[in-house]
Design a protein around this ligand. Sequence first.
Ligand code: CA
Ligand code: CA
Ligand code: CA
Ligand code: CA
Length: 329
Amino acid sequence: MVRRLRYLLFSLFTFLFVLVSCEETEPDDTDGNTGASIIDSSFTDTLSVDTFPESQAIRFPDRLIAYVPSPNQFANSTYCLPQDAESIIGGQGFVTLGGWGGYIIVGFNKAIVNHADNPYGVDFTIIGNAYEGSSEPGIVMVMQDENNNGLADDTWYELSGSEYKNKSTYHDYSLTYYYINDSTVTWKDNKGDEGTLLRNGYHQQSYYPLAANYPNYNTDSVIFTGTRIPSKLEEDSPGHWVNNTFDYGYTDNKPINYSAALNVPDNPETPETEGCGGDAFKLEWAVDSMGNTVSLDSIHFIKVYTAVFDSSPVIGDVSCEIKAIVPVK
Ligand SMILES: [Ca+2]
Ligand SMILES: [Ca+2]
Ligand SMILES: [Ca+2]
Ligand SMILES: [Ca+2]
């Protein structure tokens, strides 16, 4: 009886959730912005595909240089295919990077300049699909085309976000995911931990990116290296999980204002949403591999990778999503 009641309550909650979410899909006439949200039929993740009004004045990446998602619940399916990575080149799109380490690298033909006039010192914005309670942070790295050959073969610098100096942040972290079979992916890190990726009933396909969809992906295992920040995933009431917001310096972290122009940035130092919101980045935050501040006049390449390694039985992997990468100038 109790179980039945619980089931009924759960069904009611699910229904209300869909109802509320569907209301968000109504086009918003006030800003001429046709919004839409996709509720993944599984309810494991809410993938909003709201977009900004198009404007010719706004620049997007010119080239996709690499896309290497981690094994995750969307691997081998929509939002996580190579064409999804292409969708953020030259415009607004939608791509997920999967769990910790999964990454994308994009290139700009014309440099993003660390211009003195840029508002709040912000040089570019990255829009994900974050909202209050759904922050799935990505770490941003930048590269200057120092040797001027158009290739991303120079030095990467991390943009140090609010957790860079957190004592629980791992620098030089490395994590290997292993393909066991289509329903099992295991992992092992350089801290002596290991485990098996959580699966949920809603995504039945292989979570390991398969050669049929990712021709260059190593078929047995994949290794990622970088910085891992502590998770802010918590079960704030039974069965209800939230990903709390980080202060600044991570993608897919802060709420978005679709009614502002995409090249009018948020001030990352205030809790309010200025401009288009989303996540504003300053080249002033760049540090080298030793943590020393470096001075960058301009950059041509941006890399984003998922910054936390965590998952819940309900919403699955904490996975960074990207809709747009836009220079302020
Ligand atoms: Ca700047
Ligand atoms: Ca997200
Ligand atoms: Ca180069
Ligand atoms: Ca702000």
